[in-house]
Design a binder for this molecule. Structure first.
Ligand code: ADP
Ligand code: S3P
Length: 169
C-alpha cells in the first residue's frame, strides 16, 4: 500500500513505451464498483478471488508494467504466475511512511478497507510482518523511505538497464 507502485510503474512505462496496468483498476472495472465496496458487500475472499483472476490474465500479456495491490503477492498461486511472467520488484516502505502517504492520498476519500481500524500504523506493521516471507520472494527489493518516486523509478530502471526519463531524484 502506497509504496509507490503506481507512480514508479507509470514512470517506467513512460520510459520504455510499454503499457502501464494497475491491477486494482482492472478489478474495479470488472466488479463494477470500488474496492472498498467489494470488501464491504462481497467480502475479502471474493476480492482475493477476483484479484487472482486479474493477475493471471494480466501476467499472460507482454511489454507492460503491472502494479498489483499489496496483498496480491501473498497467494502462492499469484506469486508463481508473477515470478514466472516477469521481474517482480517489492517496493518497501516503513509503516510510518506508508501511513503518511495513504493519509495524503486518501484525504477526503474512503480509507483503504484494510486500514479502517483504530490504529492503522499498527495494522500496517502487522500486515508487513505477516507478508514479509512472501515479499522476500520478489526478484528485487527496493527501499523507498527518503527516496522520491522518481528516484525509485530511476533505481528500478537502472536494475533493468532502462534510462528513466524525467527523473528528478
Ligand atoms: N517514494 C515516494 N516518496 C514519497 N511519496 C511517494 C513515493 N512514492 C509514492 N508516493 C506518494 O504516495 C502516494 C501513493 O503512491 P502510489 O504510487 O499510488 O502507491 P501504490 O500504487 O503503491 O499504492 C501518492 O500520493 C504518491 O505521490
Ligand atoms: O494490501 C492489500 O491487501 C490491499 C492493497 C490495495 O492496493 P494498494 O497496495 O495499491 O494500496 C488493494 O489491492 C486492496 O485495498 C488490498
Amino acid at each position: 500500500m502506497a509504496s509507490g507502485k503506481t507512480s514508479v510503474g507509470r514512470a517506467l512505462a513512460d520510459s520504455t513505451g510499454w503499457a502501464f496496468v494497475d491491477a486494482d483498476d482492472v478489478i474495479v472495472e470488472r466488479a463494477g464498483k470500488p474496492i472498498h465496496r467489494i470488501f464491504s458487500e462481497d467480502g475479502e475472499p471474493a476480492f482475493r478471488e477476483l484479484e487472482s483472476r486479474v493477475i493471471a490474465d494480466l501476467c499472460a500479456g507482454e511489454r507492460q508494467v503491472i502494479a498489483s495491490g499489496g496483498g496480491s503477492f501473498v497467494s502462492p498461486q499469484n506469486r508463481d504466475v508473477m515470478l514466472s511472467g516477469g521481474r517482480v520488484f517489492f517496493l518497501s516502505a516503513s509503516p510510518t511512511e506508508i501511513l503518511r502517504r495513504v493519509r495524503e492520498e486518501d484525504a477526503g476519500g474512503p480509507i483503504r478497507p484494510l486500514l479502517a481500524v483504530d490504529d492503522p500504523e499498527a495494522r500496517i506493521a502487522e500486515l508487513l510482518a505477516q507478508r514479509a516471507p512472501a515479499y522476500a520472494q520478489a526478484h528485487h527489493t527496493v527501499e523507498t523511505d527518503g527516496v522520491t518516486a522518481d528516484g525509485v523509478a530511476e533505481r528500478v530502471g537502472g536494475m533493468c538497464g532502462i534510462s528513466v526519463k524525467g527523473s528528478g531524484g
